[in-house]
Every structure is written in C-alpha cells, then in structure tokens.
Design a protein around this ligand. Structure first.
Ligand SMILES: Cc1cc2nc3c(=O)[nH]c(=O)nc-3n(C[C@H](O)[C@H](O)[C@H](O)COP(=O)(O)OP(=O)(O)OC[C@H]3O[C@@H](n4cnc5c(N)ncnc54)[C@H](O)[C@@H]3O)c2cc1C
Length: 250
C-alpha cells in the first residue's frame, strides 16, 4: 500500500486475541496506527470476566496483555460497542482494515429436553456473575443443594470448583464481596460433573483435578464406560470432613 499516512487498523475486542494481534501488527515493521475498540469499560475479555478468580496463574496473562496496552503505540478505546455505538460502515470509512477478535461470550445452545426449566443455567452467565461482569446482575440464586454440571472442560471445572470450594479459600483472591457472601451462604453439598465421553477424553489437566482435595462438597464424576453409554463411573473427589457434606448417603 502506498499512502502518505500510516495504515489505520481497528481491532475489535481487547481480549487476548485482539491484544496479541495488535502486538504482532505493531511489531511487523509496517507504518501502522492501531486502535483497539472494546465494548466493556475494561480490557482483557474472558481472562478478566471468565477465568475463575482462584486461578491467579491463568489470570497472570493479564500482566503481559497490560504491558502491550501500556506501551503507548496502541490506542484502547473502551466502552464502545461495535454494532450499536459504531457500525462496520463507520469503521470502513475511517480505517484501512478491521480485525474482529470478539471472542465467544455467550453460551451456545444445548438442544436437550428441559434445558429451559427453572434452575438450568448456562456457564457463561454464572462465570460472568462470579467474575463481576458489568453486564450481569449481581445476584445469583444459590439455593440448590445438589448441582449437575454438564461438560468436562476448563469452564466446567472452574464452575464446579468455585461451587465446591470452601469460600474462605477463595476469599484471598480478587473475588467480588457479593460473590463471596453468596457462596458462603450457599447450601450446596453435592456437585456432579457429567461428561459425554470417557475419562481419557476429559479436557482438564491432572493438576486441576488435584485441587478437589480441598473442596467442601461431595463431588461425583459421571462419564460413560467405553462399552456402554450410561454407566456411572465411581470417581469421587478426595473429601474433607465438612459437616455440610453427605458422604453417608453414598
Ligand atoms: C470460565 C473460563 C475458564 C477459562 N479457563 C482457561 C484456562 O484455564 N486456560 C486458558 O488458556 N483459557 C481459559 N479460558 C479461555 C480464555 O479465557 C479464552 O480462550 C480467551 O479469553 C479468548 O480470547 P479472545 O480474545 O478470543 O476472546 P475474549 O477473551 O472473549 O475477548 C473478546 C473481547 O471482545 C469484546 N467484544 C465483544 N463484542 C464486541 C463488540 N461488538 N464491540 C466491541 N468489543 C466487543 C469483549 O467484550 C471482549 O473483551 C477460560 C474461559 C472461561 C470462560
């Protein structure tokens, strides 16, 4: 491209993808001016508003992202929602290129009977609540004693662990006060995690599994055996002696 001015690029979304894309572009040797446009008041996407507060090691990536944004060669325009505040046409009028890095902040549909019944929630809403996302209400109805979690990836594990942990073990993190109070008064005693495939296909690491040793609830892990589709495997978490648990029932 032969222009007198720098190439103007708009990057939509200040999560890891948008920030790293901007970083790479700014170091590419091109004469480039980069604006990151973010709909929330604060950057870092799901690392800030998704990853559970008791995982500071994962959240530590924020330090690297903040270094990129604070360098001064990339401009962050926060609180601007592309689609309502500005349109793609607006961006095309002012930028030479637009990169969309808007992530996946909504739950995908789960087409199973009863999914819309009371007491059934998507993980995206729950993690938004426990991470203090500005778009979701501050209240969460933590009334259930037994909770089923569908899925065995990072998100499922974060949700299950936050529900099952002794609240005082999370208090030392940056967890919002109202979330700590909600979890502390939760009556939960049993958390059941369901996977559609076998233990070999779970997506979390052994390290994450070990964290269950310090949880307050009874936890069962339900996956099909390789030869059938509905057998429950007798996986149990290492238990504590919390008076809130009900090990004698099993
Ligand atoms: C509970 C949970 C646990 C996780 N645990 C791990 C883990 O242990 N290890 C790991 O590697 N990953 C983990 N992840 C995944 C990790 O957080 C994501 O992979 C990563 O954040 C994706 O980065 P991204 O930039 O693509 O999207 P996002 O982080 O979602 O960032 C997208 C950004 O775009 C903005 N945006 C969206 N729409 C618009 C718009 N219209 N206008 C302007 N801005 C917009 C959003 O506000 C957001 O800031 C976890 C995620 C969750 C939810």
């Amino acid at each position: 491209m032969t222009t007198e001015r720098p190439l103007r690029v708009a990057v939509i979304g200040a999560g890891p993808a948008g920030t790293y894309a901007s970083d790479i572009l700014s170091k590419s040797g091109l004469d480039v001016s980069i604006d990151i446009i973010e709909r929330l008041p604060a950057p870092f996407g799901l690392v800030r508003y998704g990853v559970a507060p008791d995982h500071p090691r994962i959240k530590q990536i924020i330090v690297a992202l903040a270094n990129v944004l604070s360098r001064g060669d990339i401009r962050l325009l926060a609180n601007v929602n592309i689609g309502t505040d500005l349109t793609l046409e607006d961006l095309r009028a002012h930028y030479d290129a637009v990169i969309f890095a808007t992530g996946a902040f909504k739950d995908s549909d789960l087409n199973i009977p009863g999914i819309d019944l009371d007491g059934s929630y998507g993980a995206a809403d729950f993690v938004s609540w426990f991470d203090g996302h500005p778009d979701v209400p501050r209240e969460w109805p933590l009334e259930a004693k037994e909770i089923a979690i569908l899925g065995v990836g990072n998100v499922a594990l974060d949700v299950a662990r936050v529900l099952a942990k002794h609240p005082q073990d999370i208090k030392v993190t940056e967890i919002p006060d109202n979330v700590y109070e909600g979890l502390a008064s939760s009556p939960v005693t049993d958390v059941h995690v369901f996977g559609r495939r076998g233990p070999a296909q779970v997506k979390f690491s052994p390290l994450e599994l070990r964290e269950w040793a310090t949880c307050r609830t009874s936890t069962s892990w339900c996956t099909p055996r390789p030869t059938t589709s509905s057998t429950r495997l007798p996986w149990r978490s290492p238990r504590t002696t919390s008076s809130r648990s009900r090990s004698s029932r099993r």
